[in-house]
Write a protein that binds this ligand. Structure first.
Ligand code: MSP
Length: 513
């Protein structure tokens, strides 16, 4: 038996209980593929863990308070709550359309979350971790962040160069972040709170090394937020409210089925690293809570070389990709863009990957093997497969452990190419020896079934179809060992329809009309 899928490796990865999170997205704009990339990577990891029998909780959600949301609502002539309800449900609909299987969806306007945040901060205040002071300086509404001069480029926020920074001078409550400098450094250096990839860890250590300042944790003139329990003239600073979602989902009885603390893995984009790697762990230290095991910050992508933005008119929505590439096609192409590094998206490149990897490689293999099985009159010969699965499975598993789901897909594609080559070489349709034919077809079918199982975290719908077409199902195969692959082979119950139909139309952006 190949015992390959049991995950081991990084801190916390042996634990049977997994808790994975994504950022909760602002409700000022509709979901786009930037949000979808992080959420799909989490979905693929969560499905991989579940497939291996590990108890997994995947949390998603929306970030609904603060001045930016209030401002967007005002411009749209809506109340902030109405805007939040509308856009939060757009996110839920988009995730459903992408077949994202989250276990909980948290909204920061949920009264249970609000109560939890108030209680949490009241405790910190009572313990002396929060004090009254003043904030004087610049504020970027786009980032919802107080900006130090060192964070500006040419006097503006590099992420929102078109927005004016707002000068603020206001009374605020400050959280004693400076008290945690040494503890934070030690936790991060020792990987007790792991920041990945390593360059992000170094970036955070450098930042902490330059010295920290206490951070404002309340706003006096922002009405759309959670009131501070001890001073109702203030609302909780939106980032503190938002970061606490991960904890309130676990302890704030927002849900019936809750994750267990601490998170195994928190996926974020590199833009929000400091909040998650400095303020967040310090809040947890102050409250005496265990730290998340790992934070992974992925790179950012551009579209046709430019930042994706409403004003440039180049925002791509998940729906556009589903319409063009199908559900699993869209999932696959987005997961391929989850990377520690920055990248660029063009429709031309998406078309190429779809065609070469899905239509011409994996889809083609499935239909060729289906035809061979249908046309041959054979007896299966199990046992000594020429293309064994252990090594490929091992590499696939390693990519998951390295949080490289795109790399895991590449490993599978490598095997798919080998199998297509094997068909060319063996030409089963010319094979006169029935024993040899049985061996070749067994090798092909067992590999196709194994690949369908291994592709299933990324391609759940098409994998289920392949397994069904070959007379099997995920229930019949022990996913941790791939046991059952050899018993299920070969019963083609219906002709195999193309999994990934060819693209007909020219691509919408780069390919022209
Ligand atoms: N609400 C905060 C997060 C609070 S978490 C406690 C926020 N929201 S956001 O709507 O702006 O989403 C930011 C996240 O969206 C990024 O960290 C990243 O995960 C994802 N992305 C948004 N645009 C992206 C790209 N262009 N490329 C890759 N990821 C992108 O910040």
């Amino acid at each position: 038996m190949h015992c390959f899928l049991l995950v081991s490796g990084g801190v916390g990865y042996n634990s049977r209980v997994k808790y994975i999170t994504t950022p909760i997205y602002y409700v000022n704009a509709e979901p786009h593929i930037g949000h979808a990339v992080t959420t799909l990577a989490a979905d693929m990891l969560a499905r991989f863990w579940r497939l291996n029998g590990q108890s997994t909780y995947f949390l998603a959600g929306t970030d609904e308070h603060g001045a930016k949301i209030a401002e967007t609502a005002r411009k749209a002539g809506k109340t902030p709550q109405a805007l939040s309800d509308e856009v939060s449900s757009q996110f839920q609909v988009a995730w459903q359309a992408l077949n994202i299987q989250y276990d909980g969806f948290i909204r920061t306007t949920d009264p249970n979350h609000e109560k939890f945040v108030q209680q949490f901060l009241q405790d910190l205040y009572a313990k002396g971790h929060i004090y009254k002071g003043e904030y004087k300086g610049l504020y970027c509404l786009g980032c919802e962040e107080f900006k130090a001069a060192t964070q500006l480029v040419g006097g503006t926020c590099p992420v929102h160069p078109n927005h004016n920074l707002k000068k603020v001078a206001e009374e605020t409550y400050l959280f004693k972040l400076t008290a945690y400098r040494q503890q934070l450094t030690a936790l991060i250096e020792r990987n007790e709170f792991r920041i990945s990839p390593p360059e992000r860890k170094n970036e955070v250590l450098r930042f902490i090394g330059q010295g920290l300042k206490d951070v404002a944790m309340s706003r006096k003139n922002v009405a759309w937020g959670i009131p501070l329990p001890w001073d109702k003239e203030h609302t909780v600073y939106v980032w503190v409210d938002a970061l606490l979602n991960y904890l309130s989902a676990a302890g704030g009885s927002v849900f019936e089925k809750r994750p267990s603390w601490p998170p195994t893995l928190q996926l974020i984009g590199k833009d929000i690293l400091r909040f998650h790697a400095v303020i967040w762990p310090a809040l947890l230290l102050a409250a005496g809570k265990e730290q998340p095991r790992e934070i992974f910050a992925h790179g950012y992508f551009t579209v046709d070389g430019q930042k994706m933005s409403k004003s440039l008119g180049n925002v791509i929505t998940p729906r556009q990709l589903i319409d063009r590439y199908g559900l699993d096609g869209a999932r696959y192409l987005l997961i391929k863009h989850f990377s520690a590094n920055d990248g660029d998206i063009t429709f031309e490149r998406l078309d190429n990957v779809y065609t070469s990897e899905l239509a011409n490689n994996w889809g083609n293999l499935v239909s060729r093997v289906g035809k061979i099985v249908q046309n041959a009159d054979l007896t299966y010969h199990h046992g000594n497969l020429e293309l064994k699965m252990d090594e490929m499975q091992q590499k696939y598993k390693e990519k998951f452990n390295a949080l490289d789901p795109s790399g895991a897909l590449d490993v599978l594609q490598g095997r798919v190419s080998e199998l297509n080559g094997y068909i060319e070489q063996e030409k089963p349709w010319t094979q006169a020896d029935p024993h040899r034919l049985g061996e070749v077809v067994t090798c092909l079918v067992e590999n196709v079934l194994a690949l369908a199982v291994l592709f299933s975290p990324a391609l759940p719908t098409t994998s289920a179809r392949v397994l069904a077409d070959f007379g099997s199902s995920l229930d019949q195969i022990d996913c941790a060992t791939l046991g059952g692959v050899s018993h299920a082979t070969g019963k083609i119950v219906k002709p195999i329809a193309p999994l990934f139909p060819r693209l007909l139309k020219k691509s919408p952006v780069s390919g022209g009309q």
